[in-house]
Structures are given as C-alpha cells and as structure tokens.
Design a protein around this ligand. Structure first.
Ligand code: NDP
Length: 323
C-alpha cells in the first residue's frame, strides 16, 4: 500500500483524506516514482473545490512532484530505476508513490534538489511560457504582474527583470510588496482599486503592453484599464473566482486589445516543448537568475492546512508538501 491524499467529492479543505491506497503498477509507457516532495499549487484548490471538474472519484489531487524512478513499464527507455525526476501538470501528485506517463518526466540536474524541484516545476514552467512565449518580454517593456509575491509571481518578477523589463507588481499587503521588490519588481501597488491610475502615473500615461493576471474575477476590469492600445491581457488564473462571460466589444472600446487564457498543458503538450520549457527553467535557476523561494513546507498528510493557508492568502512564494 501507499499513502495518498484523496477526495471523494468536491468541497472545502476537509474533503481531503489521508488514505491507504493500493500501490499502482506502471503500465506500458509509464513509470512508478517514489516522491520525495510534492508541490502545492492553486490549481489543486480548483480541483478540490470543484471549480475544475475531477476526471474520476476518488481523486488524488496534486499536479507536481519530484522523486526517484522505482520501476518502469514496457517500452520505457527514456528513464530507468534510480533516475532523479520531476514533473508538472499530471494529476495524482499528493501521494508517497505514483505512476505517471514516462514522457511527462524530466530528469533533474544534480544541482537541483527534490524540494526545489517540487516547488518550481509547475510555477516555474508557467512563468517561462508566459514571459517567453505568450508575451515575449523584452528590454524596455513595463509590465503588470498580479499576485507578485505568490508562487508564480515571485518567479515572474525575477525572470521579467532579467529580460530587461520594469515590473509593476500588484499585491495585497505592504509586506508582500517588500518581498516582490526584493525579487525584481521595480514598483509595487497594494490593492487593485487604484491600479490603472498608479500604472498611468508610473508609465507617464503610456500604460503597459501586457498584464499577467492570475487573480481573475476581481481584477479583470482594472487589468484591462492598465493596457496601452493593442495591449495583451493574459488571464491565466482564477484565485478570486473565474472571470464572468465577457462582451468582446469591451476589447474594442478599450483600444483594440487582445486577450488570451493560456494553460501550461497546452504549452508543454509536445515533448520537445516540455524539454525546452523545463530546460530554460533549469538554466535560470541553475545560474541563480531566478531563486525559488520555498517559504512554506507542510507534511503531505496535512495538505488541508496548506490549502487553508494558500486560500487565505497567508503564503508567499512556493509551498512544498513532504510525504
Ligand atoms: P499564489 O502563490 O500566487 O497564491 C494566490 C495569490 O493570489 C494569493 O497569495 C493572493 O496574493 C492572490 N489573490 C488575489 N485574490 C485572491 C483571493 N480572493 N483569494 C486567494 N488569493 C487571492 O498561487 P500560485 O502561484 O500557485 O498560482 C497563482 C495563480 O496562477 C493561480 O491563479 C493559478 O491558478 C494560476 N496558474 C495558472 C497556470 C496556467 O498555466 N494557466 C499555471 C500555474 C498557476 P495577494 O494577497 O498578494 O493578492
């Protein structure tokens, strides 16, 4: 048997149960890994609460982890028992051991330990595709990053600064503002009530070419009002709830704007893309350009406490669950 956090129906943090589960066997193209650390991500809250529909019940939530390959199924040649590996974007992460499609695994460089790997694969690969592909950030850009002291946020601030951008980070407290500034945000705005006016002041009226918005419902309007004509609204999360249906005429009224609602799985669906995205992440972390801040760790069995902390905005940076 293995241990896992499972939900039997969607709901609050209390629906997560620490249970004995039969040890899975790797099938064709799969690998069994012993997890040394699992990542906590906001998407885990969406699957737990029912905002995102569970593919099956009971469900082992969690989409990120790092550990050692224990066994492989038929046809697997890319990884072998003993390899240090990590992954993101595959349900089943809140477990001591798990089976996963072997082509979703990446081998870990020696310099990256399991805890850092579990903290960074999902949030870091997300930051990669956002600043390198969704909107390739370039020197001289001024950009807006919401939840700038969060998991994705702290990585985005550091990476965008490295690419030459001036980051305006949006946060909810002065302490979080300080943290975002320490990680590359040139400016911080506390709360979004006055955000467009602050962006106008900071940019001398020019506004910004892109907003990275992971907050969703609460910030949608303010974010659109920060954009320069032809600007790109990147709505990539729903921490405050999903954005309600939109009349696309608003994009015309506010200056021929663009909008995208991207997700990591599309950007890493092809094996070559996964390798490129992970490779760039390993490079910036390896060089120290991006520091992964694991500011909270919880025993995996206490995943409910970790969810409560995340949802009540008490966490900063990344959070890791230890089996
Ligand atoms: P964070 O560490 O950023 O935590 C969420 C943060 O959102 C909070 O700390 C808080 O920061 C802010 N927030 C604003 N309003 C609320 C609210 N009503 N309730 C709770 N939090 C709120 O989480 P992650 O780094 O794991 O994820 C960040 C976002 O990115 C999530 O929305 C997630 O779904 C999304 N995401 C999307 C991906 C994609 O590919 N589309 C992939 C990865 C993440 P503050 O207190 O400063 O406002």
């Amino acid at each position: 048997m293995i241990k896992a956090i499972r939900i039997h129906s969607p709901g609050g943090p209390e629906v997560m149960k620490w249970e004995d589960v039969p040890r899975p066997e790797p099938g064709q193209g799969e690998a069994l890994i012993k997890q040394e650390a699992a990542g906590l991500n906001y998407i885990d809250v969406y699957f737990r609460s029912g905002l995102y529909k569970a593919p099956n019940m009971p469900l082992i939530i969690g989409q990120e982890g790092a550990g050692t390959v224990v066994a492989v199924g038929q046809g697997v040649t890319a990884v072998k028992p003993g390899d240090r590996v990590a992954y993101a974007g595959s349900l089943g992460g809140y477990a001591t051991e798990r089976v996963i499609a072997a082509d979703r695994l990446v081998k870990l460089p020696d310099a990256i330990d399991f805890k850092i790997a579990a903290a960074m694969m999902l949030q870091g690969m997300t930051a990669q595709y956002l600043v390198r592909r969704t909107y390739p950030v370039k020197s001289g850009d001024t950009i807006v990053v919401h939840a700038a002291a969060g998991g994705v946020g702290l990585i985005l601030c550091q990476w965008a600064k490295h690419l030459g951008a001036t980051v305006i980070g949006v946060v909810s407290t002065e302490q979080k503002a300080e943290l975002a500034r320490a990680h590359g945000a040139a400016h911080t705005v506390v709360g979004h009530g006055n955000l467009p006016a602050e962006v106008k002041r900071i940019t001398g009226g020019a506004m910004v070419p892109v907003v990275f918005d992971s907050v969703g419902k609460d910030t949608w309007n303010a974010s659109l009002d920060c954009l320069a004509p032809f600007g790109l609204m990147v709505s990539y999360g729903n921490a405050s709830g999903p954005v309600p249906p939109v009349d696309i005429g608003i994009l015309s009224a506010k200056g021929s704007l663009y909008v995208t609602r991207p997700n990591l799985n599309t950007y890493t669906a092809k094996r070559a893309d996964l390798e490129k995205v992970a490779g760039e992440l390993f490079e910036v972390v390896g060089k120290g350009v991006v520091k992964i801040e694991v500011n909270q760790t919880f025993p995996l069995k206490d995943a409910a406490a970790a969810h409560i902390a995340l949802e009540s905005r008490k966490t900063t940076g990344s959070t890791v669950l230890l089996p």
